[in-house]
Design a protein around this ligand. Structure first.
Ligand code: GLN
Length: 523
């Protein structure tokens, strides 16, 4: 048995190792599952591991190696992978980290997951998240929070916190998350990863439990830009099962080596001067800008005059769409059913009260109010008009630039419980939300550790719609300066041991929810 730690390797390294028969896909599956079992007590990134699916996929890959057809397997062959728990994967629980779906088992597989597996990725499990993707810290998971591998006392960000932590801890090489207002990019920044939210419509949403259907987009977390590009190649494209998905022919790896000479990169002064942006994050964005200038890019100031209204528009449109999407969890069609009620209304009320946590209830009540007669005209309609203005702002900015550089989040990862006011939590996404509103592509690119907190900082690269390759090209240039994203220090494999010592078990400190007979908690 080899001592390689596969979750710390890149797609290229894994494929090469398989081709050279240094190791088999079965060894990758076995050793990765062992590492998850040994270390995930500390991070609690995983809600479930998928042993059977992993070994089935491994058998397929090993057969391809034996036949000499590995090249046909796809670029992600054997790459340890896992998926946010709002993505259906047949036979697994898909809980959205909610009591409401604690017992729900997927009867089918989401297109995004299917495409990753078709491209060779090795499915190892399902990952923790904020309940129904409402949140910025993974603290709203009904199964207990995920811990940031860089500092276990801190949140990993959210809502895709499990997806970020799993890659940052080197448990997997790639994970998928979803982003409605920042949920890929913000945890990507908090955990120091390449984290891509593609342009709306690049990736099919079929089989991903909807939060805000006009805002949601799936994308990868990786440690290298090339792995993100391979993943996008696998994920992107028209899916007849999602009418908002687009026909995409881009090879996202094509221009990674081109450098940024001659590229025009936008800086938004209002973002850089925003209240709440910490000095260490601001300094990192400025440093990244200087590196890009030194590499031959031209920096140009651009204005997004309506972007400051994005947060307000989002907290109207998001809850309205969530309210509508979550109506199906009614204890009859889907979801937890509280037993013993005489009438349907009693069952409905009790099931939703027990099934949904406080943040989910807050969003549902807000959406229900905002869409009610009389109120609709005052909030929903203007929010849609603001959406058009913000979309036009970006379109105008991209007449001048090829990509925008901005902060991802105002600060680095914070400690558990540090933010208890929901509106303060919402500000975590002050730099990411306008991109979902406008539908552009955005990504977080790690640029080292903050000078004050010593925690990872990401910078945000924002691309014109359906020009996601522009931000990947800039990201590759930054990677040439900062290097690929490292595995969090205490999870770096030590010599031939896959389990670093002295990592406490998060589950001792944070008890999961204990459910009644209706739901078995998997925390
Ligand atoms: N933090 C934002 C929210 O709570 C964004 C979440 C997301 O992108 N899923 O709505």
């Amino acid at each position: 048995m080899t001592h390689q730690v596969f979750g710390c390797m890149s797609a290229r390294e894994i494929r090469q190792g398989l081709a050279d028969r240094q190791f088999s896909a079965r060894e990758i599956a076995q050793s990765s599952l062992e590492r998850i079992r040994a270390l995930d007590g500390a991070t609690h990134a995983f809600l479930e591991t998928t042993e059977d699916l992993a070994y089935e996929q491994a058998a397929r890959i090993d057969a391809a190696v034996a036949d000499g057809t590995l090249a046909e397997m796809g670029p992600l062959a054997g790459l340890p992978a896992a998926f946010k728990d709002n993505m259906n994967l047949v036979g697994t629980h898909t809980t959205c980290s909610s009591r409401m779906l604690a017992n729900y088992v997927s009867p089918y597989t989401a297109t995004c997951v299917e495409r990753m597996i078709a491209a060779g990725a090795l499915p190892l499990g399902k990952l923790n998240m904020d309940e129904f993707a409402f949140g910025s810290s993974t603290e709203t998971s009904a199964f207990g929070p995920t811990h940031n591998p860089w500092n276990l006392a801190c949140v990993p960000g959210g809502s895709s916190g499990g997806s970020a932590a799993a890659v940052a801890a080197g448990l997997v090489s790639v994970s998928l998350g979803s982003d409605t207002g920042g949920s890929i990019r913000q945890p990507g920044s908090f955990c120091g990863l390449v984290a891509v939210k593609p342009t709306y419509g690049v990736v099919s949403r079929y089989g991903v439990v909807a939060f805000g259907s006009s805002l949601d987009q799936v994308g990868p977390f990786t440690r290298t830009v090339e792995d993100a590009a391979y993943s996008l190649n696998a994920l992107a494209g028209r899916d007849p099962l999602d009418c908002t998905s687009q026909h995409i022919t881009t090879d996202f790896t094509a221009n990674l080596a081109q450098g940024v000479r001659g590229m025009r990169i936008g800086i938004v002064p209002a973002f850089m001067e925003a209240q709440g942006l910490t000095a260490e994050v601001k300094a990192k964005v400025e440093e990244a800008a200087e590196h890009l200038r030194a590499l031959g890019a031209e920096l140009i100031e651009v204005d997004l005059p309506n972007a400051q209204a994005a947060m307000s528009a989002y907290y109207v449109l998001g809850p309205c769409e969530a309210f509508s999407n979550l109506a199906r969890f009614d204890s009859i069609r889907y979801g937890y059913c509280d037993p013993g009620h005489k009438d349907m209304n009693g069952q409905y009320d009790a099931s939703r009260e027990i099934g949904f946590g406080p943040e989910a209830r807050r969003r549902i009540m807000l959406g229900s109010y905002l869409l009610s007669a009389g109120v609709y005209d005052t909030y929903y309609y203007p929010a849609q008009q603001v959406r058009t203005l913000i979309t036009q702002d970006y379109a105008r900015a991209y007449e001048q630039v090829d990509c925008i550089l901005a902060p991802v989040a105002p600060r680095t990862a914070f400690e558990f419980g540090a933010i208890s006011d929901p509106t303060e939590m919402y500000l975590s996404d002050m730099f990411t939300i306008s991109i979902n509103i406008a539908g552009n592509g955005g990504m977080s690119m790690p640029v080292g550790l903050g000078a004050d907190t010593g925690l990872p900082v990401g910078v945000q690269l924002i691309a014109p719609q359906f020009k996601d390759e522009n931000m990947l090209r800039v990201a590759a240039a930054l990677e040439s300066v900062y290097g690929p994203a490292p595995v969090a220090t205490s999870f770096v494999p030590q010599s031939d041991l896959s389990a670093p010592a002295n990592i406490p078990d998060a589950r001792d400190a944070v008890p999961g929810v204990v459910l009644g007979e209706e739901g078995e908690c998997r925390a």
